[in-house]
Design a protein. Structure first.
Length: 494
């Protein structure tokens, strides 16, 4: 489709500047000095990779920035990426004891960014490879799970090769993050830390069933970090029109920063209300779309995107059409998108498990005039590829079944982690799975049990402020309770 971008390149650059700019050294020190260095720190517990947050903040405070970065990368090999893209308000910062009505939480994300950027920019080594042990592991997928697994295995002395069909390492961290949160440069430079210790990358390599057979023969174990597949089909008329885009594929074009070549409509309808949908909507707006409307089948309260993502979309003047389901895409004689046809929806009576579905309201059809549609409906699973591996078991949703402690699959030579196991969560969750997978692989090959930083701390189910405290039993009037206890009060004595 023809690109409609009314903005000057300089304005677009401005629109895509960092949403959370880097701290200066002085700012980082002031922020670090606010930390209380809590014992059994809740921020550490709330981090899926269990980074020792007070330890890395303390090191910033004492001007040991490289040491601080080492604490971070020790528990999370994608520490620079997570500093930018983690939903910190729902994790570490949400758990910070300073997160009260009177105070704001320590800005852990930006402190983490300060330390990790410093280490990467100054080319300081963050990892050291172990003594070669003569064993090798193939990793399929260079995203956060595969990359994390590779780093820990290399630290244990394995020969590690990562295979990925894309030209750059980093998976969705490189190709799928909103450009105003993180550029490709960050995740690519971060993966270079692993190259520095000898992890080999075979990029631009599609792992076919034939290549997989060869990798099985050539390696002692295989770690599957294949992620997810294509965006789920909408299944309506007009879906294949040239003005209809898959959100992740479209975001990938934004990541090139070749602004004038990116297709953008004057009015863009985004289908879905998850974090990827918000990323697509806000980026379309920042590229100059006059109007962006997000269309979601359910209500506002059920929006899957994080609150801060919703706020960002609202501040970018994105509009929302709740309880609306797309039923067709109207095109003109040339195939150009003219509108998104929708119907209103209503919640059904909850089933026995309390789940509510949304049914279409008869005769409620309406159209949203638009010249571009972006689909952000979630991704399908890589079932065709995965079900070809003997012994590998998939659950009813097409996710690989693993032992949660070791990430071992039903095939003893295969381990798995990341989106293909959890169905699509945060990069930090994938990084933790990569760590556990490396420990599991090492145990399988050598029989030895090792433990990396942050591997065994239990996950917190809820952040401290989400835990419902028991309602205190009302106590009797102090006078009465003193009397009940047989103690004379001073008032009674008088
Ligand atoms: Fe510092 Fe907050 Fe973590 Fe306590 S909970 S150690 S104050 S960041």
């Amino acid at each position: 489709m023809k690109s409609f971008i009314p903005l000057e390149a300089v304005q677009i650059e401005r629109n895509f500047c960092d949403v959370a700019p880097a701290f200066s050294r002085a700012q980082a020190k002031v922020e670090a000095d606010r930390c209380l260095y809590c014992y059994d720190a809740p921020c550490t517990r709330a981090c899926p990779t269990h980074i020792d947050v007070p330890a890395f903040i303390k090191k910033i405070s004492s001007d040991n920035v490289v040491g601080s970065a080492r604490v971070i990368f020790d528990a999370n090999p994608i520490g620079a990426t997570c500093a930018r893209v983690c939903p910190t308000s729902a994790l570490c910062e949400g758990a910070c004891v300073e997160n009260t009505l009177l105070h704001k939480p320590i800005d852990i994300g930006r402190l983490q960014r300060f330390a990790t950027d410093y280490a990467i920019d100054s080319r300081r080594p963050m990892f050291f490879s172990g003594e070669p042990n003569g064993k090798s592991v193939a990793i399929i997928g260079a995203g956060p799970a595969g990359y994390s697994c590779a780093v820990y295995l290399k630290r244990l002395g394995y020969a590690v090769t990562i295979y990925d069909r894309r030209e750059l390492a980093g998976g969705l961290d490189t190709y799928g993050m909103a450009e105003y949160k993180m550029t490709q440069k960050v995740s690519v430079e971060e993966t270079n830390l692993a190259r520095g210790i000898g992890v080999e990358f075979r990029l631009g390599t599609e792992v076919t069933p034939e290549l997989l057979v060869q990798l099985e023969l050539d390696n002692d174990a295989i770690f599957l970090a294949v992620g997810l597949g294509q965006t789920t089909k909408l299944g309506v008329e007009g879906e294949n029109a040239p003005g209809v885009f898959d959100a992740l594929q479209w975001i990938e074009q934004v990541k090139t920063r070749e602004w004038t070549g990116i297709p953008v409509g004057r009015t863009v309808a985004v289908i879905g209300a998850g974090n990827t949908a918000v990323d697509a909507a806000t980026q379309a707006k920042r590229l100059g779309a006059e109007r962006v409307v997000m269309v979601y089948r359910r209500g506002e309260a059920e929006m899957p995107a994080y609150d801060y993502e919703y706020e960002l979309a609202k501040s970018d003047a994105v509009e929302f059409r709740w309880k609306s389901a797309p039923v067709g895409i109207v095109t003109d004689a040339n195939g150009a998108v003219r509108s998104l046809k929708c119907v209103e929806t209503l919640p059904t009576v909850p089933d026995e498990k309390g789940r509510v579905a949304y049914g279409m309201v008869e005769g409620s059809e309406f159209e949203i005039p638009c010249d571009m549609v972006i689909k952000a409906l979630g991704q399908s699973k890589m079932t065709a590829f995965l079900s070809g591996i003997a012994g590998l078991q998939l659950d009813g949703s097409g996710r690989v079944k693993v032992d949660e402690g070791t990430m071992a699959t039903g095939n003893p030579k295969y381990f798995a982690g990341g989106d293909c196991v959890n169905g699509g969560r945060e990069a930090v969750d994938a990084a933790q799975m990569g760590k556990l997978g490396a420990m599991g692989i090492h145990q399988f090959i050598s029989g030895e049990i090792v433990e990396f930083a942050g591997a065994r701390l239990p996950f917190v189910e809820k952040l401290p402020h989400e835990i419902e405290l028991p309602v205190p039993t009302p106590i009797a009037h102090p006078e009465a309770s003193a009397a009940e206890l047989g103690v004379k009060s001073y008032a009674a004595q008088g």
